[in-house]
Design a protein around this ligand. Structure first.
Ligand SMILES: Nc1ncnc2c1ncn2[C@@H]1O[C@H](COP(=O)(O)OP(=O)(O)OP(=O)(O)O)[C@@H](O)[C@H]1O
Length: 316
């Protein structure tokens, strides 16, 4: 098989218990080259345990992990070298500069001399900290420390970057910067495994999402696939001046519209793909001789999917 068609990560039927507690229960998923895959679930769902198994930091009771086709064990190093693991805890030296920290971690990976300097420069660029390279880390914001922590995991040019809740405890502005950095990694062709309990992060960053609850992967797919599995529909709300009944009738005839009703002085449509319908809806309004005041499309989100699948809200 060609290298590019082999998943960067293939986790197959992983299981892990701590005493009587089942932390990870028969979990399987794959991450393709260049893909950002999110494990989304509440605290205690089993995300950290899953990624510790993936990185070979914990021994699985059942199942197997392969990195680009090579099995990962707690003792093997070849597959593990292809992974960049960024733990939740910040592990930096506050009295060293950003560059000095990266040089230190780079040496741990066996980099020396010119290749080390070149890679440290590239990583500083990648995490957006080139202009702060010579500042001591103790002067950094929480988000900058997080980005540098991520940078330490990038030095050896991993095929797969594994991030455990990288925005926990970070203020909203820094959170945005961390997310922007992660988003740019996908463009470099690196695969990313990202855990979070924030639905918006999974939606914004991840190509595909696996929803994990009580140690089980209860569903996976793109946001649209997950929402479609539930039979949830987009809602389009039209506010207009004129005969709303005529507009509703016209819209009902459009291909892709499941329902069209006049409700609370507005026309409400239900459809599988609301955005695709918009041109037809605008044309229908024009043909009905109505002037539209506003058009809103509400797409069901992962929060709704999570609630549906588990019966509980994501943030409790
Ligand atoms: N070393 C351990 N010993 C005993 N139980 C553990 C251990 N590590 C995790 N667990 C338990 O396994 C379950 C899953 O924990 P895990 O840390 O994987 O969840 P998580 O989804 O990463 O949550 P969080 O976001 O809070 O870290 C929890 O019930 C936790 O208490």
């Amino acid at each position: 098989m060609a290298e590019s068609t082999v998943p960067v990560l293939a986790a197959s039927r992983l299981g892990k218990r701590f005493g009587e507690r089942v932390a990870v229960d028969d979990v399987s998923f794959e991450v393709a080259p260049g893909e950002t895959y999110g494990l989304l679930g509440p605290n205690g769902a089993g995300k950290t345990t899953t990624i510790r198994l993936v990185c070979g930091l914990l021994r699985a009771d059942a199942g197997e992990v392969r990195i680009a086709g090579t099995p990962v064990g707690t003792t093997s190093t070849a597959a593990k070298r292809r992974i960049g693991y960024v733990p939740q805890e910040i592990a930096l030296y506050p009295d060293l500069t950003a560059r000095e920290n990266l040089r230190f971690f780079g040496r741990l990976y066996g980099l020396r001399g010119t290749p080390l300097n070149r890679r440290v420069g590239e990583v500083l660029e990648l995490i957006g900290l080139s202009d702060r390279a010579t500042d001591r880390v103790e002067s950094f914001s929480g988000g900058m420390k997080r980005r540098l922590n991520i940078g330490a995991g990038l030095l050896h040019e991993p095929t797969l970057l594994v991030l455990d809740e990288p925005t926990v405890g970070v203020d909203p502005q820094s959170r945005h910067a961390v997310m922007e950095s992660v988003r740019s990694f996908g463009a470099t062709g690196m695969a990313v495994l990202y855990t979070t309990h924030y639905m918006e992060e999974a939606e914004r960053l991840c190509d595909r999402v696996g929803i994990i609850d009580h140690g089980k992967l209860v569903a996976e797919g793109t946001r649209r696939e997950l929402v479609a599995k539930l039979g949830e529909r987009d809602r389009i709300t039209l506010s207009a001046a004129g005969d709303l009944g005529v507009l509703a009738d016209r819209c009902r005839d459009l291909a892709g519209v499941d329902r069209a009703d006049v409700k609370d002085g507005e026309v409400q449509l239900l459809a599988a793909d609301g955005r695709r319908l918009l041109p037809g809806v605008l044309e229908a309004a024009e043909r009905s001789g109505l002037s539209l005041r506003s058009v809103e499309v509400d797409e069901p989100d992962l929060e709704a999917v999570f609630l549906h699948l588990t019966g509980t809200a994501l943030r409790e």
